[in-house]
Ligand binder design. Structure first.
Ligand code: NAD
Ligand code: GLY
Length: 355
């Protein structure tokens, strides 16, 4: 087991990583007044563990499982349930679930009485390596993902691989998508991924790599908590195109679209001499190891229009964070004509290879 400390100018958040972290750190929370937020799938698997650990009197708010639960309506329902449970300023919200639960429960905790204590217990691989760490909270609003939210650090994150035992393979691929992203940002993570490219789903590998990703994210967030100086923006590598495909096609998981987006953006980075061929090829192999063949989408031009809404953009330029070399990424800005044209070239190449 390993702890990572995330320090910002105002708070300190401790992330307990590794096998046994839940058994070691969760029982102590039962001494406080708690309010647990979870989702229907997680509750079905872990209701006895929740009752046993936190007490069967602890209020548990259960959201319907899935991405569509990150709504204002559900946020209001959580806040109303907190009022009914008479939650006070010194009480603690526990977000027990994946990124959806973490994002909405974190937002509720940041709003209720201007902020109550928050503990994240991430149960998906994506939430363990990414969303539970760093304090971004949000709900979707007016059809825009994560439009309404806050920066609100959990005081503690309990990141235990025990929960991954019940996770469907699709969700493991989703988490691996973000792990490969870290590999393109951090040379040590890259080397670990290359050395284990045939064992990416083994518990031993996931245990080690989760700690490394959490350490990387904590360092980035400590340096740029509020996404202001360009450092935190790097965590969005591959996401401009990934999000655009995700919004347009809506068939695969977020992490798979991140990898597909990274693949297309690598084509652009190589074409513009921002990334060398051998390094690009090694990242492409990792992507293929997680999701198999990358699709040659038929209508990338329409999907590309959705990249206009990316938060990194300025003016009419589309901003991409792309792999550059081992341990280094770069930002590319493209105009609204070049970007879809380059994506189309990549799709055409993928199509010709598939023949
Ligand atoms: P999720 O929370 O919807 O979980 C995925 C699925 O796995 C759900 O059906 C859930 O019920 C199920 N599940 C969760 N834990 C399980 C377990 N242990 N066993 C079996 N099933 C389990 O999705 P996610 O991928 O964890 O998170 C995606 C969300 O995270 C998105 O809304 C995204 O915007 C957000 N996100 C936030 C940040 C951030 O920094 N705040 C970063 C990345 C992503
Ligand atoms: N997942 C991106 C961030 O936390 O900034």
């Amino acid at each position: 087991m390993n702890d990572v400390i995330l320090r910002t100018p105002t708070v300190e958040s401790v992330i307990h990583c590794g096998d046994g972290a839940f058994a070691r750190y969760a029982p102590a929370l039962a001494a406080r007044r708690l309010f647990v937020v979870t989702d229907s799938n997680v509750f079905a698997y872990y209701r006895y563990l929740i009752w046993q650990t936190f007490g069967d009197e602890t209020p548990v708010h259960i959201l319907p499982a899935g991405e569509t639960s990150k709504t204002m309506r559900n946020l209001t329902a959580i806040l109303r349930a907190m009022v009914q449970a008479e939650i006070k300023r010194g009480d603690t919200v526990i977000a027990f679930g994946g990124g959806v639960v973490g994002d909405i429960a974190g937002l509720a905790a940041s709003l209720y009485m201007r902020g109550v204590r928050l503990v994240q217990i991430p149960t998906t691989l994506l939430a363990q390596v990414d969303s539970s760490v760093g304090g971004k909270t949000a709900v979707d609003f007016e059809g825009v993902k994560n439009l309404v939210g806050s920066f609100y650090q959990p005081e503690e994150v309990i990141c235990d691989p025990v929960f991954l035992k019940t996770l469907p393979d699709r969700e493991v691929r989703c988490g691996l998508g973000e792990i490969v992203k870290y590999g393109a940002l951090d040379g040590e993570i890259y080397s670990e991924l290359i050395a284990n490219s045939q064992n990416l789903k083994t518990p031993e590998f996931l245990d080690k790599i989760t700690y490394m990703c959490v350490r990387h994210k904590a360092e980035v967030v400590s340096a740029d908590e509020h996404d202001l100086n360009g450092r935190r923006k790097t965590l969005n590598l591959g996401h401009t195109t990934g999000h655009a495909f995700e919004l347009f096609y809506r068939k695969k998981s977020h992490g798979e679209y991140v990898l597909i987006g990274t693949y297309y953006e690598l084509y652009i980075a190589e074409k513009l001499n921002v990334c060398g061929h051998d390094y690009a090829e090694s990242i492409r192999k990792l992507i293929n190891a997680v999701i198999g063949k990358v699709p040659a989408f038929a209508d990338v031009r329409s999907a590309a229009r959705l990249a206009k809404f990316d938060k990194k953009n300025s003016g009419s330029q589309i901003s991409l964070v792309v792999p550059a070399e081992r341990g280094r990424c770069a930002e590319i800005s493209l105009d609204e004509e070049s970007y879809p044209a380059l994506l189309e070239e990549c799709a055409a190449r993928l199509k010709s290879r598939a023949k």
